[in-house]
Design a protein around this ligand. Sequence first.
Ligand code: GLC
Length: 638
Amino acid sequence: MAASEAILQVCVGFVPHLYSSGSYFSKSRSDSRSSIRYRKRRGASHLKVLKCSISISSQFSHVLRGNVAKTQLRYAKCNCQQSDSASGISLEGGNGAWFVDNAKEFSTINGNTPNGLEFKEFSSEKDVTSNSNLPNNGFITDTLQTVFSDSIEDEAWELLRESIVHYCGNPVGTIAAKDPNSSNVLNYDQVFIRDFIPSGIAFLLKGEYDLVRNFILHTLQLQSWEKTMDCHSPGQGLMPASFKVRTVPLDGDDSATEEILDPDFGEAAIGRVAPVDSGLWWIILLRAYGKCSGDLSVQERIDVQTGIKMILRLCLADGFDMFPTLLVTDGSCMIDRRMGIHGHPLEIQALFYSALLCAREMLAPEDGSADLVRALNNRLVALSFHIREYYWIDMRKLNEIYRYKTEEYSYDAVNKFNIYPDQISPWLVEWMPKKGGYLIGNLQPAHMDFRFFSLGNLWSIVSSLVTVDQSHAILDLIEAKWSDLVADMPFKICYPALEGQEWQIITGCDPKNTPWSYHNGGSWPTLLWQLTVACIKMNRPEIAARAIAVAEKRISKDKWPEYYDTKRARFIGKQARLFQTWSIAGYLVSKLLLADPSAAKILIIEEDSELVNAFSCAISSNPRRKRGPKSSQNSYIV
Ligand code: GLC
């Protein structure tokens, strides 16, 4: 296909989005090669390309500049300058300027003395060990620790910048891992949506917005591409798990190459898992971008609004489900291979809830989406009720389950899901602390997955999916179970590991997920950032500071591994990549947020009082009264 043809195709693909949101739902606007193209050609100039990009709309110049010929790179550059100035505008007004100034101030303070939290941590250690005989030693230790920690941060920034991936001369994401010693890269040379989130947040917190903006807009374009596995197409609106920038020879022209963005929606992924979390993270990042940069023009764009709606429609579509939780297959999130988390895994529910709230905040009011907003509000209430009531577990609830009667056929059954008390594993009886509690990993008929999944619990705090009391209880549990969940490296992805026959049956004897390794009870430094946001929200940042201090002892020396193995996280993971970008970015986000906790507001969602009212209404309602023909009146509209 000639370059100009391809470009016209891309242009034609865009025009309807600009004028009619309806056309987004037709499947025909895809490139047959499922990729966005950027062509470089020696010699030839493509006036048509330029014309096209001008005649459509300046809104799309960013995307269309992918088709600028090599001789016209100055136009690509020109566009780059446009986005620079866009961030300049946002810096001058609102949050941007406020944040940059404060960040500078904080980093100056931080550069000279340890931040208050670290200082507290080290002082208390000193009190215990030094008997206060040599106060100067304590001071020297603190200062050395600060210098040490600053140098780790500098190294992390350098590595994070090196991980940036460019497309069409512009930064669009960060590579999953840049491990120079790994011969088998698999797909770690791609930009993963979920892995990019901490990278994006780190750059936002630094006041560098362009990369995040480009990432948001490019992945948006990929969302609407046609994707098939064999002959089947997954739902419209699915965001890819990852994408790669490839340079390929231009068809029929040996003298030219083109850059293409090549997404993977799961059709190439190991196990062919659908990345349900990608779109949810995308919405969360979009809100954070707007809040941090002050630039709301991105979320207000018609194509971005349509992208949000496509994700929502996919998630809110009716199915056979009895529960308000999102039904997904195994491996549809950070744990992207078989680990017995199919059904209604907590991580997806927490991200789903968070994305619904973020989307509600960003959706422009318009008549056409009233139904969608109503469905969204109803789902929010039902989802928080369901999770707070049925996923929550603490000593009291455990005792209640222990005494459950089973086989109750009635509308007001106590044991609604027919849980057999024998499911309570011996480990849990020992493990549950007197003070504290958590959300279980999954709930299905006659099945509670009692494993503690970290990301789901932490993000439930961040998004207010759980109550304030429950949020504190989760942090209490983390403190009480420090040696299991943090030990020598934060943070265990889930606890405990599947072992023996359970491991054989549930993972399918997966040699990568052996007990206390990788997803099966391995420790993932990237989870530090979610821990930090949750702790800051609950005004308990000292917990995160303590975890960071643990990580700092070895994470840089160990070359920023993807994960650690063994019960206490003593070994670098057997198959862990080194220089894993989200380990690096997760650490940086934690440091930046502890230095300026108020910046965490770009991620935090405070509990909505209207939602709480609707929630109490749901609790007090009698399920029997609701039976009868469906009326449009009986839903909780917030
Ligand atoms: C592994 C992880 C997944 C991550 C990817 C890239 O597959 O399980 O969560 O996104 O690596 O780092």
